[in-house]
Design a protein around this ligand. Structure first.
Ligand code: ARG
Length: 399
């Protein structure tokens, strides 16, 4: 019986090499699936590339709206930033892509699942676990299985007449609606400033001399209106990417701890994610109590950690989603952001659910806050700490 493998195909170096490997070394018919999550590639070009590689059938699925509604929006509700910096742009697409691959795998009755991930990254973890959650078919990952490095892949591609674009030769890039991740090349020196030409979405020079503003309205944690206009989810993200990117906002550069233990230098362009998470987190502070804020930030960190680490399917993630969803019932209101030559600042927020009370907070004469009550409160609030210091001091002078 002919073996049939299915592969999530981007048309890039890794997945093109994998198609050839599956055909030549595993003697398989190959089905390719490209899931459009806003990577901005030309679907026709990718389909043509798949055809050139001799695949049996190629599928192109437009999942942009689903990606925004079911993956990006929940991540905004969770203020999801892995290690406080990374908005999970790549990570969020993996469970979605894996689900689409599984759907077609069933339809096509394939005998194996394949992916183009290396054994050094996080994506192998995300794909393996997501695929495993929905199927018991073998998983083939030639780049990992054969321990291939990028240079070997480039040579292999050349030998087989696989065309690779020039950016891919310099850097490894992954992009979608939620952001653009750039790795490799000169960026592997963590002290070297990224050259301007790595950035495509965010301006690093020739920015306007005038500040620009973004007004984002949220309803129950979901952004619905920007700059006074109701926008469809995908349009909304695209609009902010463009506007904030033009103002130089959205570059993030950090040392990231990968699941497999490697520390890597990661550079991201994520203008919409940066603005939406900043605005959403700010609004939460206005409508949640101190205790809710404190606890939710623990939940948020854990949510980002699970999504990053390929544990999207873990029951804990659904439990966290339950908490987060409940917490969003009051997260409605508008946040005003100011952007100027790469800087981003929240300059205003308002909400019908605001817990801010002017009469309590004001330093003016109309204050209803009786300061005299504070004296006793502060004394008791600090009692254990001040007593502990005194008792310890006493004991240390005795010995
Ligand atoms: N470090 C990020 C992650 O694991 C981004 C990886 C992006 N991949 C790339 N080839 N640049 O989600």
């Amino acid at each position: 019986m002919t073996q049939k493998g299915i592969l999530a195909f981007s048309g890039g170096l890794d997945t093109s090499v994998v198609v050839k490997y599956l055909q030549d070394e595993y003697d398989m018919d190959v089905i390719t699936v490209t899931v459009n999550v806003g990577q901005g590639d030309d679907a026709k070009r990718i389909a043509a590339k798949a055809k050139d590689l001799g695949v049996k059938r190629h599928y192109n699925i437009d999942s942009r709206t689903e990606f925004v509604k079911d993956y990006i929006f929940p991540s905004i509700k969770a203020n999801a930033l892995y290690q406080k910096k990374y908005c999970l742009a790549t990570a969020l697409t993996r469970p979605l892509i894996a689900n689409k691959v599984l759907e077609i795998a069933r339809k096509e009755k394939v005998t194996a699942l394949a992916h183009g991930c290396s054994g050094k990254g996080n994506d192998q973890v995300r794909f393996d676990i997501a695929l495993r959650s929905g199927s018991d078919l073998p998983i083939i990952a030639p780049i990992r299985d054969k321990n291939l490095d990028r240079d070997t892949e480039l040579k292999f591609a050349k030998k087989h007449g696989i065309k690779i674009d020039s950016v891919a030769k310099k850097f490894s890039v992954d992009q979608n609606l939620w952001g653009r991740a750039i790795e490799g090349g000169v960026l592997e020196n963590p002290y070297k400033e990224p050259p301007d030409d790595v950035f495509l979405w965010v301006k690093t020079a020739n920015m306007s001399d005038r500040p620009s503003y973004l007004e984002i309205e949220f309803k129950k944690g979901i952004p619905t209106k920007v700059d006074g206009k109701v926008m469809e989810p995908q349009k909304l993200v695209e609009y902010i990417n463009k506007k904030a990117g033009n103002a130089g906002v959205g570059i993030s550069d950090h040392i990231e701890d990968r699941v497999v233990g490697i520390k890597s230098r990661e550079v991201y362009e994520t203008p919409a994610a940066t603005c939406l998470i900043e605005a959403h987190a700010d609004l939460e502070k206005m409508v949640h109590t101190k205790h809710e804020n404190q606890f939710k930030s623990i939940i948020d960190d854990q949510w980002a950690y699970l999504a990053y680490s390929g544990l999207w399917q873990d029951p804990l993630k659904a439990d966290l989603d339950g908490f987060i969803q409940t917490s969003q019932r009051v997260v409605s209101g508008t946040v005003k952001l100011k952007m100027y030559k790469g800087s981003l600042r929240v300059v205003g927020r308002k909400s019908d659910n605001s817990l801010y009370s002017h009469s309590i907070a004001t330093y003016g004469t109309e204050s209803t806050f009786d300061q005299r009550q504070a004296k006793g409160f502060v004394k008791l609030w600090g009692m254990q700490s001040t007593e502990a210091n005194k008792l310890q001091e006493k004991r240390s002078t005795k010995t």
